[in-house]
Design a protein. Structure first.
Length: 202
């Protein structure tokens, strides 16, 4: 189980770092994006967007806590997540966080893992196809809306289109794209980064 957790954290860190660093320069500048490594941790920050989804730290341990907090404070980011996997629940980190006045987020973040076997059959009236570059703007709009992000974050979520390791898919209803998803693959592991459907098509 510990190895499975490590692999799932590792590929999530790799995927989001790839997005932040691979986004077009104008997008990085508009959102104030940075992806930096501090020890074993990856710090993702968007200094111009006050949203927890874009400001978070993955893989933080006791040794990385102080530089992690310094990073977000230095970028004037007051709200951010520190991922707390189950393997850290009984470590020293929760106690250190409490001492710093950092409280658990009221909603749990759950991660699900499945074997790399074929998925079972599913019925769907929508037409599903690989996304094309012409779909990028629409994909960004749908994904940003699905995660309650501002519209200007859309190009970031679509930034993986054309990058190695990323595969995007869209679903159409009467030739209109109404859903989008993306998966990042590395070696034997795949990470379903995001998926969203317009409310009227759910």
């Amino acid at each position: 189980m510990r190895e499975l957790i490590r692999r799932s954290e590792s590929i999530e860190r790799a995927a989001w770092s790839d997005l932040y660093r691979g986004a077009p320069w104008r997008v990085r500048r508009r959102l104030g994006l940075q992806a930096v490594e501090v020890g074993q941790a990856t710090l993702l920050s968007a200094s111009r967007v006050d949203h927890l989804f874009l400001n978070r730290a993955i893989g933080v341990g006791s040794n990385e806590l102080a530089p992690t907090l310094d990073h977000f404070e230095g970028r004037h980011i007051g709200r951010f997540w520190i991922h707390m996997g189950s393997q850290l629940r009984y470590s020293e980190l929760p106690k250190l966080l409490r001492k710093r006045g950092i409280a658990p987020y009221p909603r749990s973040w759950m991660k699900f893992v499945r074997r790399a076997s074929a998925a079972g059959p599913a019925k769907c009236q929508l037409r599903i196809r690989p996304a094309e570059q012409d779909d990028a703007a629409r994909v960004g709009q749908i994904l940003a809306s699905g995660f309650d992000l501002p519209e200007e974050a859309g190009p970031l979520l679509a930034a993986g289109m054309g990058l190695d390791g990323w595969d995007y898919f869209v679903a159409e209803a009467e030739r209109e794209v109404v859903a989008a998803s993306a998966i990042y693959s590395r070696g034997e592991d795949g990470y379903l980064a995001f998926a969203a459907t317009l409310p009227r098509a759910r």
